[in-house]
Design a protein around this ligand. Structure first.
Ligand code: 13P
Length: 253
C-alpha cells in the first residue's frame, strides 16, 4: 500500500520572516491535526532549509525538508551550485529534479537530470523526478509520447533499488500556476501510463510501490477529486503550499 505524500514546492517565494512563520504554522497545524496517514514534505528556498530543518527537529515534527535543485556534478569549480552531498549533510531528505521551470529557464536536459538523480540517490536523498508535457504537446495529442520520452532516458534506466526510492511527479506544464488543473481523469490516465512504464521496466512489484504525485494548480477545492484517483498518490503543490491553511486543507483532503 502506498502512503499518501503531500509536498510543497515554495519555488523562489517567501522572505526570511515569512518562511519562518510558514514553517512554524505548519508545525503547529500538524500538532493539532492528525496527519498520521500522510507523509508531508516542504521544499523552501535552499537558503532557508537549514533553519527549517532545525525548527522541525526541535519540534519533533514529521515534516521532511527538501531542496528544489542540486548540481549535476559532485563538487568543484561550479560557482553558485550546491551538491547533493552538501544538501544531505545539512539534514535535507529530498531534492526536486527536472521541474519544468528548470527544464525551461535553465535548459536542463534529460542527460543532466539523470546525472542529478544519480548523485541525489548516492547522497541518500529522495529524488522527486518531475515530468510533464507542454500545452502544445497535449493539443497535438503527444502528451503520452513526451512523458514516455522524459522517463525512458532518465529514471527508467536506474537500478531497481534506486527506482524504489524515487518519487515521480507528473506536472502538466499547462496546469502549473495557471489555475487550470488537469481533470481527475486526465491525471489518472497519465499516472496509470507512468506506472505501466515502471512495471514494464522493473516489474509490477516495483510499480506498485513507487509514488506518483500530481502537480499543477492543486488547491483545497480540487485536491479530493484528484487524490481519489487510484494512481494519484499525492500532490506536489506550488502556490497553495505558501499558505498553511490551504496546504493543510490539501493534506486533510
Ligand atoms: P502550482 O500548484 O502553483 O500550479 O505549481 C505546481 C508546481 O509547479 C509544483 O512543483
Amino acid at each position: 500500500m502506498r502512503r499518501r505524500l503531500i509536498a510543497g514546492n515554495w519555488k523562489m517565494n517567501t522572505h526570511w520572516n515569512e518562511a519562518l512563520t510558514l514553517v512554524a504554522e505548519l508545525v503547529h497545524t500538524e500538532a493539532q491535526e492528525n496527519w498520521a496517514d500522510t507523509d508531508v514534505a516542504i521544499f523552501p528556498p535552499s537558503l532557508y532549509s537549514r533553519h527549517a530543518i532545525e525548527f522541525i527537529q526541535n519540534a519533533k515534527s514529521g515534516i521532511a525538508v527538501g531542496v528544489q535543485n542540486c548540481a549535476s556534478t559532485e563538487n568543484g569549480a561550479y560557482t553558485g551550485e550546491l551538491s547533493a552531498s552538501m544538501i544531505r549533510e545539512i539534514g535535507a531528505k529530498a531534492v526536486l529534479i527536472g521541474h519544468s521551470e528548470r527544464r525551461e529557464y535553465f535548459q536542463e536536459t534529460n542527460e543532466t537530470l539523470l546525472a542529478k538523480t544519480k548523485l541525489a540517490l548516492s547522497a541518500q536523498l529522495t529524488p522527486y523526478f518531475c515530468c510533464g508535457e507542454l500545452l502544445q504537446d497535449r493539443k497535438s495529442d503527444q502528451h503520452k509520447e513526451v512523458v514516455t520520452r522524459q522517463l525512458s532516458s532518465t529514471v527508467l534506466t536506474l537500478s531497481k533499488e534506486d527506482m524504489l526510492t524515487t518519487v515521480i511527479a507528473y506536472e502538466p506544464v499547462w496546469a502549473i500556476g495557471t489555475g487550470e488543473t488537469a481533470s481527475p481523469e486526465q491525471a489518472q490516465e497519465m499516472h496509470a501510463l507512468i506506472r505501466q512504464l515502471i512495471a514494464d521496466a522493473f516489474g509490477r512489484e516495483v510499480a506498485d510501490v513507487v509514488r506518483i504525485l500530481y502537480g499543477g494548480s492543486m488547491k483545497p477545492d480540487n485536491a479530493d477529486a484528484l487524490l481519489s484517483q487510484p494512481d494519484v498518490d499525492g500532490g506536489l503543490i506550488g502556490g497553495a503550499s505558501l499558505k498553511a491553511a490551504d496546504f493543510s486543507a490539501i493534506i486533510r483532503a
